[in-house]
Design a binder for this molecule. Structure first.
Ligand SMILES: [Zn+2]
Length: 68
């Protein structure tokens, strides 16, 4: 599991997000909070970005762009 840290911050805890280089091999760019609050998936082939927020309260879990 190789990850690189980027300048973009988690909107919840302000830690730097990480890119999972294993996922890049599958033509998906996954930027994720190291504490798992937030995940952004960019699918260049689909031209789509999905954002996921995860709080302690599971009812706030959502994926943006899945079924609007
Ligand atoms: Zn976070």
């Amino acid at each position: 599991m190789k990850k690189i840290r980027i300048r973009e911050k988690c909107p919840i805890c302000q830690l730097s997000l990480e890119i999972d280089l294993n996922e890049v091999n599958k033509h998906i760019i996954v930027k994720e909070c190291p504490a798992k609050h937030y995940k952004k998936e960019n699918h260049p082939l689909l031209g789509t970005t999905f954002e996921y927020y995860k709080d302690n309260d599971k009812s706030n879990e959502r994926g943006v762009g899945l079924d609007a």
